[in-house]
Design a protein around this ligand. Structure first.
Ligand SMILES: Cc1cc2nc3c(=O)[nH]c(=O)nc-3n(C[C@H](O)[C@H](O)[C@H](O)COP(=O)(O)OP(=O)(O)OC[C@H]3O[C@@H](n4cnc5c(N)ncnc54)[C@H](O)[C@@H]3O)c2cc1C
Length: 453
């Protein structure tokens, strides 16, 4: 005997929960099934890493003040990492509670369990107690997130995935980070603030290869000044455990460290879903194929969040969930990846929105670029102690902005402002109509207006 439901969502992370709340407004029956409430967002990813990253920022500010401005009798200050761990757990639980309250308010039923397709409109849910119930759905959303890929680099049970960094009990003296993308540099910044000796190994010729080479280079220079050892154009071929150390092998020679984390990307979590039972096709990499309105080859099944592999961050999770949920209720909205901001909470901050110079060139646009560098005016307790570096791409004929990338203090706020400027297609003539609180932004907007007008 199967039960019937209008909307069923698989995966109870930010994407699933956001879609559930939107769908509940239809007045129809909504069920959300997940292995954990809050998804990996609450258990291993954003919430925990955010707490740790914020704590490391406070710690570094304290250290700067202590070393430079406090009298000598403030000694023997040690970090109690076990208490920080407790803080991480408390915040993760608070986050889960918010998820539960929101679902309850929307009258969405949450089922703790694992789901897989058993037909084109059928899903089997196996609960935590081991009971399996079949549901017949009208529309379904897959929001199962992403997982660390299997690795052949290390033949040991210990999990070296970056998510494990939130479970550490003690701070290591030295850390090797394999992969210099968004997660790699975020984790590297965390350890640098606490004074660990950090090495980043990246197989591309630069860190943050999704950013413009100009920004990447400035970023790399800043990290080097902070003492981070950066090895680019090298691939790690094997990791060994020797005594209390890890040895990562590459052509650059062995890299020895007390801890090592793999930040080499994540893959869509689809292996348990039995997609073929529902006629949902995947590409050669096993990723779900879907259209620009997030609909799969089964017209009643949609995707949102990390599992869609368009982007893997919370902004995309919420935005794609909104697009998918509205389409499930009958709309026909296509997603636009270009209005999505990317923000990396590292030292220094880096963020971007819109298209890069390379993309403007590929599209044959008549574009210009404008670069801007502002010196550090916040020396005191400024962890990055660096410049603000900005690069914009604009269309020459319309004098509208196509994209912007920024590194340094306030980069995320600037990108937030540009999210509106780009979406509304504001022209450079309209820029002086606004007053910006931040002195760096005011300077930048003055300069960009002068140059482009
Ligand atoms: C270490 C780390 C730090 C991060 N920090 C940030 C950050 O600072 N800012 C940011 O924006 N993003 C960050 N991210 C990314 C962010 O966590 C994800 O983009 C976000 O959680 C995606 O939400 P989601 O709902 O798509 O997936 P998830 O949050 O992963 O939720 C999906 C859930 O579905 C469950 N599931 C899978 N298969 C099934 C099944 N068959 N049946 C039932 N349930 C299933 C999974 O177990 C999971 O609980 C970080 C990621 C990592 C790894």
């Amino acid at each position: 005997m199967s039960k019937s439901v209008d909307y069923i969502i698989v995966g109870a992370g930010p994407a699933g929960a956001c879609a559930a709340n939107i769908l509940s407004k239809s007045g129809k029956k909504v069920i959300i099934v997940g292995k954990v409430l809050g998804g990996s967002h609450c258990s291993i990813n954003s919430t925990s890493s955010e707490v740790l990253v914020n704590f490391s920022k406070s710690f570094e500010k304290f250290r700067v003040v202590k070393d430079s401005y406090l009298s000598d009798d403030v000694e023997n200050v040690a970090l109690d990492f076990k208490r920080i761990r407790k803080l991480v757990d408390t915040n993760a639980n608070k986050s889960k509670k918010v998820f539960l309250e929101t679902l309850e308010e929307s009258e969405v039923e949450f089922i703790e369990g694992t789901a897989c397709f058993s037909g084109s409109n059928m899903i089997d849910i196996t609960t935590a107690e081991g009971q399996t119930v079949t549901y017949k759905f009208k529309k379904c959303l897959i929001a199962t997130g992403a997982v660390a890929p299997k690795t052949s680099l290390y033949n040991n049970k210990k999990n070296l995935d970056v998510a494990a960094f939130v479970n550490m009990e003690e701070l290591p003296e030295s850390v090797a980070i394999i992969g210099g993308g968004a997660l790699g540099v975020e984790v590297a910044s965390f350890f640098t603030r606490f004074g660990s000796k950090v090495t980043i190994v990246e197989k591309n010729d630069r860190l943050l290869s999704m950013f413009d080479p100009y920004i990447s280079k400035k970023y790399e220079d800043t990290l080097k000044k902070r003492g981070v050892n950066i090895i680019t154009s090298h691939d790690i071929t094997k990791i060994e455990r020797v005594g209390q150390k890890y040895i990562a092998l590459s052509e650059a020679g062995p890299i020895e460290s007390e801890e090592i984390f793999l930040c080499t990307g994540r893959v869509a979590a689809v292996s348990e879903l039995m997609l073929e039972s529902a006629g949902i096709n995947t590409d050669e990499k096993g990723r779900i194929i879907f259209s620009n309105n997030l609909q799969t080859d089964n017209k009643n099944v949609y995707v949102a969040g990390d599992v869609s592999h368009i982007m893997m961050n919370s902004s995309w999770a919420y935005y794609s969930a909104m697009v998918a949920a509205k389409n499930m209720m009958g709309a026909d909205i296509e997603y636009t990846a270009e209005i999505l901001p990317v923000y990396i909470d590292s030292d220094p901050e880096v963020a971007m929105i819109g298209i890069s110079e390379e993309q403007a060139k590929e599209r044959g646009l008549d574009y210009g670029t404008f670069k801007y560098v502002f010196g550090d005016i916040y020396g005191l307790a400024s962890s990055s102690g660096s410049q603000t570096v900005i690069k914009t791409v604009y269309e020459k004929s319309s004098k509208t902005f196509l994209g912007i990338q920024a590194m340094g203090r306030g980069a995320n706020n600037l990108i937030g402002i540009f999210a509106i400027i780009i979406k509304l297609k504001l022209t450079v003539e309209q820029i002086p109509d606004f007053v910006y609180i931040d002195p760096v932004f005011n300077e930048f907007f003055n300069e960009v207006t002068e140059k482009l007008l």
